[in-house]
Ligand binder design. Sequence first.
Ligand SMILES: Cc1ncc(COP(=O)(O)O)c(C=O)c1O
Length: 378
Amino acid sequence: MYKIPFNRLSLAGNELRYISQAIEYGQVSGDGVFSKKCQTLLEEVLHVPKVLLTTSCTHALEMAALVLGIRPRDEVIIPSFTFVSTVNAFVLRGAHPVFIDIRPDTLNLDEAQLDHHITPHTKAIVPVHYGGVGCEMDTILEIAENHNTVVVEDNAHGLFAKYKGKYLGTFGCLATQSFHETKNFSCGEGGALLINDAQYIERSEIIREKGTNRSRFLRGQEDKYTWVDIGSSYLPSDILAAFLYAQLESQDTIQSKRRRIWEYYYLHLQEWARSHHVRLPIVPSHCEQSYHMFYLLMPSLKQRQALIKHLKSRGILSVFHYLPLHLSKMGRHFGGKQGDCPVTEDVSDRLLRLPFYNNLDEGTQKLVVDAISEFDGE
Ligand SMILES: Cc1ncc(COP(=O)(O)O)c(C=O)c1O
């Protein structure tokens, strides 16, 4: 239906070859050859002590909540402007979500509001690096330390992005990645748990292996494996890991393609945005972003909807993003009400994301830019 989709699968090159290899090796369940290759690559590039592939970022977040031992009535601070999995993972353990507003510039958790939201019951702060632009990690970590609580980074958007020269996903004691098909690096559905604090490695392995010490057994550290803790099955098949490895090994190519796409939009929409009171993304100079998405902040909800319609009439799919979690049915159940997070409420109405995928070529992008430039605001 759409000539230009919002997202399109883009192969890096070796996906099918590696999948065939995985099948030839004969072990296509979790933690096969390609899972280990993906994990090692991420550990080496990011300098993370332990990376575990998971079936999704949602599952990596659920693992984080389990690993931290989140219990009923614990409080977890989460931006209202995020995907439902960021909060649901903790609510599944019985936690009470405390929604915090976002900064108007980066649309990341507003660290200046943290002090008002922290209580003795706060067990974790979960910053989300929106669009792969780093949250103010120095301040967030300092506040967490002062209040004896931990930070779990939801880095679904931000693989290989940096804050003050250090990779996102390496600040919190735990961090999560997504390899869903809309992400820079994908295997359809997939994710990873990054474990920066070594004290959580063993329990993470157990929780990911159905509550057993199978990982130790496979390394020859136990002569049999058995049930030792709670857990579930969070390992992706090695067939998916083979697909993912082909993408991860093309890190430089994929990131430079995405950088070109982002910069093209920025350059060619700047003038139009200025004259139409539209705000383009803001990336602070101390942040190296992941080029995950390109958004427009329209002057009003009405204008946003009109632009979606206008682009649709030209066969272009543009999409809005998160609805404020504190105003969702579940968010209201936890006490959320209109006005709690005014920036989130405002931005959610006005934000529009443009088509963005690795193989989006300049000619196609020009059609999107031309169509936007013809938008008269009605
Ligand atoms: C911020 C954020 N966290 C978590 C997720 C969940 O990722 P997944 O689809 O891999 O479970 C998403 C999904 O896009 C997301 O945007």
